[in-house]
Design a protein around this ligand. Structure first.
Ligand SMILES: [Zn+2]
Length: 716
């Protein structure tokens, strides 16, 4: 999968520094037993709990004025952001905290050798233990990186630069472009080599041009100018980044002066890469990311490197077809590769330090965390064990996931989830069949695509083997490089082979979900199939409002502004008639305009174009889930009547909104709006709810209320 093509996630915020920690968790409660037998041997009606979290509400606010504040105000008040978090979501972080406690216990047992019944328990335990062994990490210092630094130090011409880039790539440190494998966009039955832009230390190209866009990349020009004038000396994120790079070099033993000049070299080098990088909005346009070529084509594009040597060294010597996703970027790399090798040595060394900082002694970890603080605002590092659980999941996620799934989700839970997905797909089928702005040819293609969607629930059918990964009871950094090498080789080995349709791109404990357009599949890991998203013991209204909306969201990604460019087989191919496509675009533009108007902070607005696909998915998801709930209620109405002060419709919308309750730091919001295709939580609730008429009906909202826009946008 090309890293720069956005995978259609549910949620895109959980970087390694934004993971959760909070109060002691309730027990995992997925596989609830329904309809317990009564004491007299008869049976009672299934007792379904309401999904409404009363304590999370703020009843002083009208749901028609600000539904998010009504549904989440109480929770927001009672849940200040933990020091280690940049943002704290009621659902995502709450579940992740619980999952991590399960994972923690498993890994402690594996590390102590108490359990060997799970596949790769020894390697998991060894990786985790090496992360916890801070004494050894301090003693080792930078020694584990010496073999890599030696190759970088030798860079002095085309041949040695090629050798260094190949060795870095093989260690999972592909620079400055990302070399991997991907399905061919236009023939998804085959896997080809893929070259993508990469190589920046800051989150996005815009950060390198603060004069154009101000302290926060999303601030208006006026605001940026004002901020620059007020701050003396101006400390843009770019400036702070440069200082951070210098500090990291100092930690390697360079003098302050030399470190500072190295930092300038790095910044200038990355700025050139940034200038040639494709903008994030364009990365959502798959046609712009498709440039199929043969080896001769790549050789000509990267004429200042030895492509044949590079491919041979990384084990891709036999690759015949390549997608060079961003041509301008590769052209820039080629220009940079023509001389000044001292720059390359400095840049590559920095990037290695940057990418592996969390695996190094405490001084590097703390300095690295300072950058995360600048970007996202967290106040403290998470506990060591949490960082180690997360890095083990990153290194061997499917091995850890195997043990996790056994400890949490039962088969019964999985079946129930599959039936919910079927209900959502059924509603999409009805909607597509009736959609007035569609013509028959496009409708038929859309229905074909819908029927072809593959659903994956809880965990992979075939677990990925980690045989030969080479994890030992040794150095943490060395183990990380071993895991990196293993994963890189796995990606390269796919080139030229048939597509593995059973492969998962997320580990089972992950609290997230995705739609993959190239495979036309939806994936819901076990990690997310838990309260408050999902609970078998809860009302249909509650489950459809939360996990049902998530399912509808992923399904709609197959038909959003990006996903709709891929057909039933995942091929990038237009299946729309021109007039229907035009109608879709008009409807999408309505939503884009709406989100452009949402203000996150003073003068900082949501980027309607960047977030369009996610917003279409949110609105479509809410609608499909609501319709599925309605269908379900017709079957079970007597069971839910009179059980709650809320109608099922109200419960549905509150459960939906409470899935997104969050507190966020300013820095986090600014980074989110600047780089993330998902809108901030508040707008993920108020946007779709206000544009979906049944919401206003459920809460008797009137024209003129803030949650009742004059013109509603409607797509799917
Ligand atoms: Zn999404």
């Amino acid at each position: 999968m090309p890293r720069n093509r956005s995978l259609c996630l549910l949620f895109g915020l959980l970087s390694s520094f934004t993971l959760g920690c909070g109060d002691p968790p309730p027990p995992l409660a997925v596989a609830h037993v329904e309809g317990q037998p009564a004491a007299d041997g008869g049976s009672v009606a299934p007792s379904k709990a309401s999904a409404v979290d009363e304590a999370a509400l703020d009843k002083s606010i009208s749901p028609c004025g600000d539904f998010y504040a009504f549904a989440c105000g109480g929770w927001k008040q009672a849940n200040p952001i933990p020091a280690e978090e940049a943002a704290f979501y009621r659902s995502f972080h709450g579940i992740r905290n619980r999952n991590e406690i399960v994972l923690h216990q498993l890994l402690e047992e594996f590390a102590a050798g108490k359990r060997t019944d799970e596949p790769f328990a020894t390697e998991l335990g060894a990786f985790y233990a090496s992360c916890l062994d801070e004494g050894r990490i301090e003693t080792d210092g930078l020694k584990p990186l010496e073999p890599i630094f030696t190759v970088i130090d030798a860079v002095s011409d085309k041949k040695t630069l090629t050798a260094a880039l190949a060795q870095l790539a093989a260690n999972g440190l592909s620079l400055p472009f990302d070399f991997s494998s991907s399905q061919d966009f236009k023939d998804t039955t085959r896997v080809i080599a893929e070259i993508d832009q990469s190589g920046l230390g800051l989150p996005d190209r815009e950060y390198y041009f603060p004069k154009e866009s101000g302290k926060a990349p999303v601030a208006t020009k006026e605001k940026a100018a004002k901020e620059r004038a007020q701050e003396s000396p101006a400390r843009t994120i770019a400036d702070q980044y440069r200082a951070h790079v210098g500090k990291m070099f100092e930690l390697t033993g360079l003098s302050a002066k030399s470190a500072s000049s190295s930092a300038n070299v790095v910044f200038a080098f990355e700025r050139e890469l940034a200038g040639a990088s494709m903008k994030k909005e364009e990365l959502r346009e798959p046609e712009k990311l498709y440039h199929l070529m043969d080896k001769a084509g790549v050789e000509s594009a990267l004429s200042n490197l030895s492509v044949t040597e590079y491919l041979k060294a990384i084990g891709a010597g036999d690759a015949l077809a390549f997608n060079v996703a961003q041509l301008a970027f590769i052209k820039k790399v080629n220009t940079l590769a023509n001389g000044d090798f001292a720059r390359w040595r400095t840049y590559l060394k920095w990037q290695v330090l940057h990418k592996l900082a969390s695996r190094l002694p405490a001084a590097f970890v703390l300095e690295n965390f300072k950058l995360a603080q600048i970007l996202q605002g967290a106040k403290a590092l998470p506990d060591r064990w949490k960082r180690c659980v997360r890095s083990t999941d990153g290194a061997m996620g499917e091995a850890l996931g195997h043990a996790f799934v056994k400890a949490t989700l039962g088969e019964k839970g999985k079946e129930d989830v599959q039936s919910l997905i079927a209900a959502i797909e059924h509603e999409m089928n009805i909607s597509l069949t009736k959609l007035p702005w569609m013509d028959d040819a496009t409708r038929s293609a859309a229905l074909t695509k819908l029927v072809a969607i593959d659903n994956k629930v809880a965990h992979p059918e075939v677990w990925r083997p980690y045989t030969g990964i080479g994890i030992t009871k040794g150095s943490y950094a060395t183990n990380t490089l071993a895991a990196n090498k293993f994963e890189f080789a796995r990606q390269i080995m796919k080139i030229g082979k048939p597509v593995d349709r059973k492969e998962w791109l997320m580990s089972p404990p992950t609290v997230n979900a995705y739609y993959e357009p190239l495979k036309n599949e939806m994936v819901f890991p076990a990690g997310i199939l838990q309260p408050p998203f999902y609970d078998m013991g809860r009302t249909s209204a509650g489950n459809f409002g939360s996990i049902g909306m998530v399912m509808g969201h992923e399904l709609t990604h197959g038909f959003d502004d990006e996903g709709n460019q891929f057909d039933a087989k995942g091929n990038l191919r237009n299946w729309w008639s021109a007039s229907v496509k035009k109608e879709f675009e008009t409807r999408a533009a309505c939503l884009q305009k709406q989100y452009d108007s949402y203000e996150v902070a003073k003068d900082v607005h949501v980027n309607g174009k960047l977030t369009l696909g996610e917003n279409i998915a949110d609105l479509g998801g809410l609608k499909l889930a609501y319709l599925a709930m309605k269908t379900q209620l017709e079957k079970e109405q007597p069971l839910v009547e009179g059980r709650s002060p809320y109608s099922p419709q109200q419960e549905f919308f509150i459960a939906f909104a409470q899935g997104w309750c969050a507190n966020e730091r300013d820095e986090f919001l600014r980074q989110q709006v600047a780089t993330n295709p998902h809108s901030p939580a508040r707008f993920r609730v108020n946007g779709p709810a206000s544009h979906f008429k049944p919401f206003a009906e459920a809460f008797s909202c009137k024209d003129g209320d803030a949650m009742v826009p004059k013109d509603r946008c409607d797509i799917w």
